[in-house]
Design a binder for this molecule. Structure first.
Ligand SMILES: C[S@@+](CC[C@H](N)C(=O)[O-])C[C@H]1O[C@@H](n2cnc3c(N)ncnc32)[C@H](O)[C@@H]1O
Length: 219
């Protein structure tokens, strides 16, 4: 992993999350990110995904309030940013669930997990190289997964996203910017087995790839 990635996320993550999830704006351009968090919450609350779950790139643990309502779940969250993990630890403590929550500051490429029922990520895959994706898949084997990713599309919202990325940080370091996958690329990286895709208008160009015991259309 490139050494500056930890510093990049340490500086960015808390402000990014506050901007995306908390700031009230007249025109909400972050509907898609709020929607993907809601969908993740609904999947966890389905009760059908097992009890040992691992979230990759968990940020400050925005799903912990939902975990708090699901006493059978043992949650592992890993994030490359120690700043994000410190915030997640604070959140777990406030919710009184530290004993069934394990939070790790580190890169997903350096940690492997066993006996996992479900592995998932929101917004992480956009930041991984093919090599890191392969390591991620090797490091966590689970019967079920779901991951959100940015799907490559010729849309106005994607054009504006590219412009936003370039203006705010891409021009400083073009080697570390989010990527957009086609569904074929994602299919190939996940080796195709039982992978389904879920798209919705609210998610904009955000797409879920998943293998779950139900269709995401039904939740
Ligand atoms: C776009 S943010 C999404 C955060 C959170 N999942 C959410 O949806 O609000 C991507 C997250 O992935 C983390 N991340 C990036 N590369 C990582 C890596 N190699 N290993 C672990 N975490 C990583 C970042 O620190 C950041 O918290």
């Amino acid at each position: 992993m490139k050494s500056h990635i930890k510093e990049f996320w340490d500086k960015k993550i808390i402000g990014w999350e506050q901007d995306k999830y908390e700031r009230q704006k007249k025109i909400d351009v972050n509907v898609s990110l709020k929607e993907r968090l809601k969908i993740a919450g609904r999947i966890l609350q389905s009760g059908l995904v097992g009890s040992k779950i691992v979230e990759l790139g968990c940020g400050s643990g925005r799903l912990l309030p939902i975990i708090a309502k699901l006493p059978h779940i043992h949650y592992v969250g890993i994030d490359v940013s120690p700043v994000a993990i410190a915030e997640a630890q604070k959140r777990a403590k406030e919710l009184g669930i530290e004993e069934r929550v394990n939070l790790i500051a580190g890169s997903i490429v350096d940690h492997s997990f066993e006996k996992v029922d479900l592995v998932f990520s929101l917004g992480l895959l956009d930041w991984l190289s093919d090599e890191e994706m392969n390591l991620m898949i090797k490091n966590v084997r689970a019967p079920h997964f779901f991951h959100s990713f940015s799907e490559q599309r010729p849309s106005l919202s994607q054009f504006l996203h590219r412009l936003y990325v370039f203006s705010f940080y891409g021009h400083k370091d073009p080697s570390y910017v989010p990527r957009y996958y086609t569904d074929e690329e994602m299919f190939g990286l996940l080796r195709g087995e039982n992978v389904k895709f879920y798209r919705s208008k609210k998610l904009s160009f955000g797409t879920f790839c998943y293998d779950l015991p139900f269709d995401l259309e039904t939740i």
